[in-house]
Unconditional design. Structure first.
Length: 150
């Protein structure tokens, strides 16, 4: 059981690092010229407005959903009646879904920033990245969430 908890926490930390790495990779590509479309749509007001609106709405929906929906799903879907291994698997699935929910506005915001040079998009990406800091997995938190005694 201890090994399963440690593997789950390691896997969750890996997923968390992948999310940050994806954002960092897009930023590196944008800043080094590997992203050839930098500012390509900056002069098209309609595209900028539409993209900013979509990124803002994505952030406004995904961040609260990732933070609140996970708590609700944890209490409803991760049953105390199932075995520890099954509970860890369910916890892993919902934690990954939470990170994916936060990855959507991050990637959309960073790409929107480089395509439109829109500070609103990068602000939304920073909001989602900041919210992801509340999702950093730890063994203590997994034990607390699943009510597993040491």
């Amino acid at each position: 059981m201890e090994e399963n908890i440690k593997q789950t926490v390691a896997s969750l930390k890996r997923n968390f690092a992948y999310m940050w790495f994806a954002a960092l990779l897009i930023v590196i590509l944008g800043e080094t010229g590997g992203f050839n479309l930098t500012g390509a749509y900056a002069d098209n007001v309609r595209v900028v407005y539409f993209t900013e609106t979509v990124v803002i709405l994505l952030t406004a929906c995904c961040v609260p959903a990732a933070l609140k929906f996970f708590a609700w799903m944890k209490s409803k879907k991760v049953d105390a009646s199932v075995s520890t291994e099954a509970a860890l698997n369910q916890y892993m699935i919902w934690s990954t879904m939470r990170l994916l929910l936060l990855t959507i506005p991050v990637v959309a915001g960073v790409i929107g920033y480089y395509l439109m040079q829109s500070t609103s998009c990068i602000l939304c990406a920073c909001i989602a990245l900041t919210a992801s800091l509340f999702c950093v997995p730890s063994e203590k938190q997994v034990r607390k969430d699943l009510m597993i005694d040491e």
